[in-house]
Structure formats: C-alpha cells, structure tokens
Design a binder for this molecule. Structure first.
Ligand SMILES: Cc1cc2ncn([C@H]3O[C@H](COP(=O)(O)O)[C@@H](O)[C@H]3O)c2cc1C
Ligand SMILES: O=C(O)c1cccnc1
Length: 338
C-alpha cells in the first residue's frame, strides 16, 4: 500500500528527488534462474528482460502478478474550447458513464488481461483553465490531482495508467514541448481525428501556451500545473507514488507518456519502474518514448488512450512471468547445456 501524500509542492519535489531503486539481489537471483532455463541464453528476448524487471521491483526471484489494476483518470480541459478535438467536451463524462457500465474498450481489455479497473473522474464539471491564457490549474488543484493519483495505487502489484479527457492530446503536446523542446508542430498530431484546420488550431494553442508561460516552466510541478490537466497530473502522482511502493507501472499512449515527461526532464531515472505498453499512432508518441529511453512492447496502430494499449501489453508481461516461473531448468529436464 502506498502512503505517499502530495500535501504540498515541497512534498512532491521531495518524492521526486528520493526515488527508491529495485531490489538488485532479487534481480540477480532471477537472472541466475533465467540462465538455467531450457533455452539458449537470450532466446526469449525481451520476455527475459521483463521477468528481471518485475523481479527487481517485486523483490522476488519468481515474481507473480496477483493484484494487477488499471486506473483511468478523467479530466476536462479549458483548452478544448479552442476547437482542438474532433469531439465535444461532453464526451469525457459520457465515457466515464460508459466505463462504469462496462462498455468501453478499456473494460474489455482489462477483463481480457485479468486486471481490476478503477475509474477516477476529477471534477469534470469544473474544467481546467485554458492554458493559452494562464495556468491550467492553481497549486491546490494540481496537488489534489496528484494526490488523487497517489491514492489510486492502493495495493496493486502492477499498475496500468489510463486517461480520458477531450482535448488532452493538445495538453500532452504542450507538456512534451515544454519538457524536451522542439516546436509545437513536432508534438501535435490528429488525436481523435481533427482535420488540417484542427491541427493548425492545436499548433496555435501549443505555441500560444509556450509563449504565455515562457520563463515559468522551470520545474516538473510548474510544467504539470500550467500545461497539464487533472487526469495528467493524477497519472504523474500515481506513477510517483507507485515508485515509492516499488510497484511497476505500464504506461499507455501519448498522453500517459506526456505525464512522465516533465518528471523525466528533471529526474531521468523516473522511467526505471515503467514499461511502455505500446507505441500509439499519434506521431509524437514514438518521439516522446525515444526521448525517455523507453522501448514500447507493442505497436498495433492503436490511438485510443484509456490505458488500452498498456492493458493489452499486460498479456505479454504475464507471458514473460509464466516462462520465467514455469519452465524447467536444464538439470530438471535432463537437457544438455551449451
Ligand atoms: C468516444 C471517445 C472515447 C475515447 N477514449 C479515449 N479517448 C481519447 O481521446 C481523447 C484525446 O483526443 P483529443 O485530444 O483529440 O480530444 C482522450 O479522451 C483520449 O483518452 C477517446 C475519445 C473519444 C471521442
Ligand atoms: O496515444 C494515445 O493514447 C491517443 C492518441 C489519440 C487519441 N487518444 C489517445
């Protein structure tokens, strides 16, 4: 269980500055076991790396996922009023109702992956401010969202982070640009499917935001607060709290990855307990994963969000642990080693 609370900006900064690492002895023991399994060394490729990753964060030679959980955070964005999405803002709340009814893609994918699902709507009736005009959130708002994220980790032993928020690919592009530089056009993409005029409005919004906040985007907290949204800050809070509880996290698409960007710019090692579930079709996503040094597990041309690609990748993660746990060693099976 995580007990981390983001009661102040200083508490957030302190949590980011003191990240625990994995249990290296457990990781070593898992590597020693891998070397004895009945296969040429390295032949299971990244499945072997995933098993070692889980071993380190779970502190177990043979890690198991018993309490996998997907959490979908939802928030509304003032910048959506600038015509940056193909869909109206009402869809955020309507999709939250759909999640509750079990009818969204993430419901089906979480069930298929054996994940519990929680949905956390964050003040949908009170959109964040339009960040082209000023900060998206005040300090208390941003802290409340970070804290909602931390509380959602619960007793999960693998956490999938998802989001729902009409307009949030524009916020994600702004976060990526503020964290890693480049022009707005480098990070903006079609999102839900805007036309070229919509892309131009998105680029205009991101450029306006970068100009409006120039000189003030100097810390992870300020980047999140000024350019993020509640669901994005909640994902950041969740992954930071998960780190302190040594819970590995699977991130999803462009928006979920953008939540990591401000933290990683200041503390690159924040990505060490993360797996990138997939690379989405949103063009900025691959670029952002590259900047973070994360290699996606899947590439299926998905561009949905909700945690959908990350939930799908849990099947690969479970398979990696199954081989690690269930395969016989050379000695057990009487197979001649190299
Ligand atoms: C029905 C529907 C379900 C979704 N589920 C996730 N998203 C995705 O689309 C939104 C981001 O795209 P944009 O920035 O273009 O608004 C986010 O809510 C994201 O999760 C959805 C979008 C729609 C329309
Ligand atoms: O990359 C994503 O997750 C994504 C892309 C487009 C729209 N919603 C989400």
């Amino acid at each position: 269980m995580t007990s981390l609370r983001f009661s102040s900006r200083a508490a957030f900064d302190a949590a980011l500055a003191a990240l625990p690492g994995p249990d290296l002895a457990a990781r070593e023991a898992a590597a020693a076991r891998q070397a004895q399994l009945t296969k040429p060394a390295g032949s299971l490729g990244r499945l072997e790396e995933i098993a070692l990753f889980l071993a380190g964060w779970h502190g177990a030679e043979r890690p198991r996922i018993a309490r996998g959980r997907a959490v979908v955070f939802a928030g509304n964005h003032g910048v959506a009023a600038r015509g940056v999405s193909a869909f109206p803002v009402e869809v955020t709340a309507q999709m939250v109702a759909n999640f509750a009814g079990g009818g969204a893609a993430i419901n089906a994918l979480a069930r298929a992956a054996g994940l519990a699902l929680s949905v956390v709507p964050l003040e949908l009736d009170r959109p964040t401010a339009d960040f082209t005009q000023g900060p998206a959130m005040d300090e208390a708002d941003c802290l409340a969202a970070l804290d909602a994220g931390a509380q959602a980790v619960g007793d999960a032993d693998l956490l999938v982070l998802g989001e729902m928020g009409i307009g949030n690919t524009t916020a994600a592009a702004a976060l990526a640009a503020a964290s890693f530089g480049g022009s707005a056009a480098d990070w903006v993409g079609p999102g839900t499917g805007v036309d070229p005029a919509g892309i131009a409005r998105k680029v205009g919004a991101v450029d306006a935001a970068l100009a409006a906040h120039a000189g003030a985007l100097d810390t992870p907290f300020e980047i999140l607060r000024r350019l993020g949204g509640r669901e994005i800050a909640a994902m950041a809070g969740a992954l930071l709290a998960a780190r302190h509880a040594r819970v590995p996290v699977v991130i999803d698409g462009f928006i979920g990855t953008a939540a990591v960007a401000p933290l990683a710019r200041a503390v690159p090692g924040i990505v060490d307990h993360l797996l990138a579930g997939h690379v989405s079709a949103e063009p900025g996503h691959r670029r952002l994963l590259d900047r973070l040094g994360l290699r996606p597990l899947l590439a299926l041309d998905m561009r949905l969000g909700e945690g959908s690609g990350a939930a799908l990748a849990v099947g690969v993660i479970r398979a990696a642990l199954a081989t690690h746990d269930e395969m016989a060693t050379f000695a057990e099976a009487g197979v001649a080693a190299a």
